[in-house]
Design a protein around this ligand. Structure first.
Ligand SMILES: [Zn+2]
Length: 173
């Protein structure tokens, strides 16, 4: 069994462990970080909110699978796709398209993953507040991310990347 821990480290990004522990506990009442962030635009830098629209917004995943892992969510707390208003559908998709271009410019990835986890069983960390995942990908990035998986470097890297994404947003429409 000595190999178990190592193979788990390769399968699970280690910096996600505190997050995974958190989401397997019961959600506290009203404990939705999307709603907290949506309600506090003055804290966007601290919250790592990258872009804010009228009905939808973009925030960096604090526990990313890869660098540049973004989440796009409606500002309103909605857990089903069919509850999205036409404006939310349009704006969230437009933000995904725009953020893909921004990530391309800033991080030069070789590919992207775009996904939506609906329900806890599908892997949703905050199932009550739907959010799209947009991840830049590089050939061999799984190995790379394991190599750089030092939890301490992540917060600083996140803040720097947040600034770079916001700068790129000024020129990418
Ligand atoms: Zn919410």
């Amino acid at each position: 069994m000595s190999g178990t821990r190592d193979s788990m480290s390769r399968l699970w990004a280690p910096w996600r462990i505190p997050y995974l522990r958190k989401i397997t506990r019961k959600e506290p009442p009203g404990g939705c970080f999307f709603c907290d962030y949506a309600a506090a635009p003055k804290k966007d830098r601290k919250s790592l909110v990258v872009l804010r629209g009228r009905t939808s917004f973009v925030v960096m995943n604090r526990f990313p699978y890869t660098g540049g892992h973004l989440l796009v969510a409606p500002l309103a707390h909605k857990g089903e796709l069919d509850l999205f208003s036409p404006a939310e559908r349009t704006e969230s998709f437009d933000q995904l398209v725009r953020m893909q271009k921004v990530l391309q410019k800033v991080m030069r990835p070789q590919g992207f993953n775009l996904g939506l986890n609906i329900g806890r069983a599908a892997g949703a960390g905050v199932p009550g507040h739907l959010h799209f995942h947009l991840l830049p990908r590089w050939n061999g990035d799984t190995n790379f991310m394991t190599t750089v998986a030092q939890v301490k470097v992540i917060p600083q890297a996140l803040e720097e990347l947040h600034a770079e994404l916001q700068k790129a947003l000024r020129t990418v429409r």
